[in-house]
Design a binder for this molecule. Structure first.
Ligand SMILES: O=P(O)(O)OC[C@H]1O[C@H](O[C@H]2O[C@H](CO)[C@@H](O)[C@H](O)[C@H]2O)[C@H](O)[C@@H](O)[C@@H]1O
Length: 262
């Protein structure tokens, strides 16, 4: 069984008590931006469906892509359909479900074959949720998510169920922000970033990965290995990111300012 660790839910701490990494530069030679969705481009909400389009976010993404020659991609744990719903299809390049889905800049789509265990996990999660108000099942075809933001007391039982199912099915257990997922093995946000960087319009650019979650650390490491850097959104913690931004508003302000320097 493969596991990763949950990020903190992070009720906001008083501003003066929170340390952040230094902000990233806004002018860089040939930047390529890789952006996480929840907690980075969109504030966290009670349920996945409660995250809705925002014209300011959509405009910031569209304008940045124009300024940077299309070198902007969203890399999320959500499906590409969900990325398009929230970002109003403003990102031509997108990777969903932690690298298991990827849409290249030319529109071609790559999707991992779902492990058979995902159907079993979805069914087991639905049985679990049926008697626990506030628990939500997210069926992402190549991954099954069990959300307990609406019933945090169920965390231990949800994690225990997911661990048992991971042992039974060989799926990868991915703990997130008040969610636990069982996903088809084989990819990460780092593999998605690396794949984008081998193709136009990203090849030869300097990768910059913005993320908040522990799942984004794979992306930070991949960006660093390819000559770029990571940007941690939120309070500082042990991280492979070199820079930081405090919150979604700061991300959008930076996205509106970032430009290519000769
Ligand atoms: O990689 P990300 O773009 O950060 O996506 C991670 C997960 O985001 C969604 O769940 C999280 O956000 C919800 C809305 O704010 C929140 O209700 C939930 O508690 C969070 O875990 C999404 O539903 C998942 O599929 C993504 O993996």
């Amino acid at each position: 069984m493969q596991t990763s660790h949950p990020k903190t839910d992070g009720a906001p701490a008083p501003a003066e008590a929170v340390a952040h990494l230094p902000p990233p530069p806004a002018r860089m030679p040939r930047p390529a931006l890789f952006l996480d969705m929840d907690g980075v481009l969109a504030p966290l909400a009670d349920t996945p469906d409660a995250v809705v389009p925002d014209p300011d976010r959509t405009a910031a993404l569209r304008n940045a892509a124009v300024r940077l020659g299309g070198r902007v991609a969203i890399i999320s744990g959500r499906t590409i359909d969900e990325i398009d719903r929230i970002a109003e299809a403003s990102a031509a390049s997108a990777s969903g479900v932690h690298g298991l889905e990827r849409r290249r800049a030319d529109g071609s789509l790559q999707r991992a074959k779902a492990s058979p265990g995902v159907r079993h996990a979805v069914a087991a999660f639905e049985t679990f949720a049926r008697t626990r108000p506030g628990v939500i099942v997210e069926d992402k075809a190549v991954s099954a998510g069990l959300h307990y933001r609406g019933a945090p007391a169920e965390e231990a039982a949800a994690l225990s169920l997911a661990e048992d199912l991971a042992e039974q099915t060989g799926l990868t257990l991915q703990a997130g922000n008040l969610v636990v997922e069982l996903k088809t093995p084989g990819t990460s946000k780092g593999t998605a970033l690396t794949a984008f960087m081998q193709e136009p319009p990203f090849a030869g650019a300097v990768p910059v990965m913005l993320g908040d979650d522990l799942t984004d650390e794979d992306g930070f490491r991949a960006a660093t290995e390819l000559g770029g850097f990571g940007v941690l959104v939120g309070p500082v913690r042990e991280t492979a990111a070199r820079y930081g931004l405090p919150d979604v508003a700061a991300v959008l302000a930076w996205l509106n300012a970032v430009e290519e320097r000769a």
